[in-house]
Design a protein around this ligand. Structure first.
Ligand code: ZN
Length: 614
């Protein structure tokens, strides 16, 4: 437990089940529990001493919190299982004496956490069973509690591991999916269920407890760009050391507490391209697997990890980015434009027909001119990424699945852009699953100039509707974090754990350009789909840490086109005409962004809106 500080219980009107049901749950539990010690304890708790004057729920809850605080402040108490158990009992007392109070669900949640800690510290499996029961009591007795989802998801996870009870895990996880289909917990539950339903590969070797398996190495290299992404798949997160050695040139990663599978042991993967030669993996010494990347020349590499399932991602670039001083000499950085006096673009001389070739100067971004603009880079190759696919349906309603909707919209966007002479690639053109880290790897290795990931949104609440466009960044907005957690198939908590890491990775990413691209796409969608830009369905440009955008070497955005959890949006998404309308507006947004980069292009004069205030 990282901290003993507990948030205050939320007290107020809530959905509650009368004490009789709670008691029945306890009695049921007692019937099924095979551990006699727990039975005795549970029975004892069911009949509190009558003589004792009853304290209020808030007093009892505070008693439990203070006891827990004292426990965490005393080293000797921390080492005593009996002290931990006594704190758990104090939380349970809140529930038994005041089952209808707003404190009871919080008390059950913290009681469960105490038992989990007993399980971890004292390797006490009976305590784990107790924790799972507290979760069940909480979820059944207080279905409207803010803890109910977490409680059910946790049950599923602990049944999976360490209890290896696949049947109970499956029941618990399916309950999460059916009760809260659009919550991030449901996304995680689906992923776990999916792993459950897949037969274990024959090569899946089991290791002794405490030894983490290094299962697989995947890599993508590009001929268009000197880039390789290497992904190391592990059973769990581990500590690792990294270093660089010469003669021959190589970087290595030592994964601590790991063992390599027989299939992978002493394997070597040749890598196409000029700068990285091959990837080797082997058991360096007992408990340490070493992954070595042999290279000819290398300019930089970036390492980060992704959870659920745990994988270490190494991005390697061959060519050095052009130094900034050189750029400054060639094209001096213009002064940042004032917002009140927008820089007008040159007014075109219309051609004889309604099509004229225009040379547009680069339009400044909000932060002045970004590197892409200074270098006069253009957008030729666009990678469209339809979200999800295969065993990952994304969000779903009774009749529609995100994976099918976004594939359809993406294909339409691709067709429209191809008509405009863009070179378009797609991460998938059929209903197949592609891991998030592979999608970015495709974008980088194929040398895409833009990356656009297309998704359908969902909310626990059925009211929100409309579109929003994201670029990669950290966020304080809980709604944005919720969207990212769902798309990442992880939890918001995991997401916040990653913040420091993301900060490092994002220093290298094209945030300014990505925001600009997001703005163009969002404005275009808002203009085409809604009657007014002030329509509440125009949810604007937002930022959040999406794994699929992490490490992208080009402007990259993620579009949430509409809400499948809203009935009106769902009806719109079901219509081919509306999906075409969405596709048109996205393609137009990409085209508009492209035009601001200022390269010679053919623009239809009546639509060019040249010289309009920006
Ligand atoms: Zn999605």
């Amino acid at each position: 437990m990282a901290s003993w500080a507990r948030p205050r219980a939320r007290v107020g009107v809530r959905c509650w089940f009368p004490r009789i049901i709670l008691m029945r749950s306890i009695i049921n539990y007692v019937r099924t529990a095979s551990l006699s010690g727990i039975v005795v304890v549970a029975l004892f708790w069911s009949f509190p001493a009558v003589a004792e004057a009853q304290k209020s729920a808030s007093t009892l809850y505070k008693d439990a919190q203070s006891a827990e605080k004292r426990l965490h402040q005393s080293k000797s108490s921390l080492a005593k299982k009996s002290v931990w158990t006594s704190v758990a009992k104090l939380y349970r007392k809140v529930v038994l004496d005041h089952p209808r109070s707003g404190y009871s669900d919080d008390a059950l949640y913290y009681e469960a956490e105490i038992y989990l800690e007993i399980f971890r510290r004292f390797d006490d499996r009976a305590a784990l069973i107790r924790a799972l029961d507290s979760y069940l009591l909480l979820a059944n007795g207080y279905p409207a509690s803010r803890w109910a989802r977490k409680a059910r998801l946790s049950r599923g996870k602990f049944f999976l591991e360490p209890l290896s009870d696949r049947k109970s895990a499956s029941i618990a996880l399916r309950k999460v999916v059916s009760l809260w289909p659009n919550a991030s917990e449901a996304a995680e539950a689906r992923r776990l269920l999916d792993n459950l339903s897949r037969p274990k590969p024959a090569a899946s070797e089991s290791f002794p407890k405490g030894v983490v398996g290094v299962r697989n190495i995947r890599h993508w290299s590009g001929s268009k760009r000197e880039y390789t992404r290497v992904v190391i798949d592990l059973d769990k997160d581990v500590k690792y050391r990294q270093g660089q050695l010469e003669n021959p040139n190589r970087i290595y990663f030592d994964l601590i507490g790991t063992r390599v599978t027989k299939a992978l042991a002493s394997k070597s993967f040749p890598v196409e391209g000029d700068f990285l030669k091959r990837i080797r993996v082997g058991q360096n010494k007992p408990g340490v697997v070493r992954v070595v990347l042999d290279f000819k020349r290398i300019s930089e590499y970036n390492v980060f990890w992704l959870p659920d399932p745990y994988r270490l991602v190494v991005d390697i670039s061959g060519r050095k980015p052009r130094p900034k001083t050189l750029v400054a000499e060639k094209t001096p950085r213009p002064a940042a434009p004032s917002r009140t006096t927008p820089t007008p673009r040159t007014t075109p001389t219309p051609g004889t027909d309604d099509t004229a070739a225009l040379k547009l100067p680069p339009a400044p971004t909000r932060d002045g001119f970004s590197t892409a603009r200074q270098l006069g880079l253009s957008v030729g190759r666009v990678l469209i990424d339809p979200g999800h696919g295969g065993h990952d349906p994304g969000t779903q309603s009774n009749r529609l699945q995100e994976k099918h909707l976004v594939l359809d919209i993406s294909k339409r966007v691709a067709k429209l852009l191809e008509k405009d002479n863009f070179e378009v690639m797609m991460t998938r053109r059929s209903d197949v699953f592609i891991p998030l880290e592979e999608r970015t790897a495709i974008a980088n290795s194929k040398g895409a100039d833009l990356f656009v990931s297309i998704h359908v949104n969902a909310s626990r609440n059925s009211r929100p509707r409309g579109t929003e466009t994201y670029f990669l960044n950290l966020t304080n907005d809980p709604d944005a974090a919720e969207v990212a957690a769902r798309e990442n198939a992880t939890t918001t908590r995991r997401l916040s754990e990653l913040n420091d890491l993301l900060q490092k990775v994002m220093n290298n990413s094209k945030i300014t350009e990505s925001r600009e691209l997001a703005t163009h796409v969002q404005n275009s969608m808002a203009g085409d789909l809604f009657s007014s830009p002030r329509d509440s369905r125009n949810r604007g440009v937002k930022k959040a840490p999406f794994y699929v955008l992490l490490g992208a070497q080009m402007p990259a955005v993620l579009v949430e086109v509409a809400y499948l959890s809203n009935r009106k949006d769902e009806a719109l998404l079901a219509s081919v005409a509306y999906r075409q309308k969405i596709a048109k507006s996205i393609a137009k947004g990409i085209r508009n962004y492209h035009e601001t980069l200022g390269r010679t292009t053919t623009v239809t004069a009546p639509n060019a809106r040249v010289g309009a205030p920006q």
